[in-house]
Design a protein around this ligand. Structure first.
Ligand code: HEC
Length: 147
């Protein structure tokens, strides 16, 4: 196991983009999306418009979030301020499990192609992000993150 990213980079690179794909499907039906004319779906930077777009993109983003829970538990990762990710704290493990569960709930909701289910799943997902951020990210001084 290797941990090339710090926690902030992992959040920006994996969790944040995937969560936005899940959140999108609350307000708009991904089935109605079309790649703009002249654009090649295989080169599309928005997963929702790509070759694997629409509801499939939502399913895959939800699974990526669930899988990313494992990345949050690999030893050796540091936060952006150099403090070790607090994975020995039982609350960390609890919030990571919430993320894993919310990802699976969102996966099932995406399979159902039902936007009401996506609203519920998105709320659970948002809670999992917020619970952990409240404890370890929302600090006046960035040096206090992850402590
Ligand atoms: C188990 C804890 C935990 C969970 C769950 C979690 N985060 Fe984070 N997140 C953090 C911490 C701690 C930081 C600050 C990391 C640092 O400074 O290195 C962070 C940072 C971020 C950042 C970067 C903010 C910045 O200032 O650059 C984004 C974006 C982010 N998280 C999005 C998300 C989203 C979206 C979710 C849910 C899908 C999520 N996070 C779930 C702990 C968590």
């Amino acid at each position: 196991m290797q941990v090339p990213s710090n926690l902030n980079q992992l959040m920006r690179g994996v969790l944040y983009p995937a969560a936005n794909v899940v959140f999108f499907s609350q307000n708009e039906n991904p089935a109605n999306l079309k790649t703009p004319p002249g654009q090649d779906p295989s080169l599309e930077t928005d997963p929702l418009l790509s070759t694997f777009g629409g509801w499939v993109a939502v399913e895959n983003a939800a699974l990526a979030l669930s899988d990313s829970a494992n990345l949050l538990l690999i030893p050796g990762r540091k936060c952006s301020n150099g403090v070790a990710v607090p994975m020995d704290n039982p609350d960390w493990v609890k919030f990571v499990q919430q993320l894993r569960d919310a990802g699976m709930t969102a996966y099932k909701a995406a399979q159902s192609k039902n936007q009401d289910n996506m609203i519920e799943a998105s709320n659970a997902l948002n809670d999992s992000c917020t619970n952990c951020h409240r404890k370890w990210r929302e600090k006046r001084n960035p040096a206090d993150r992850c402590k």
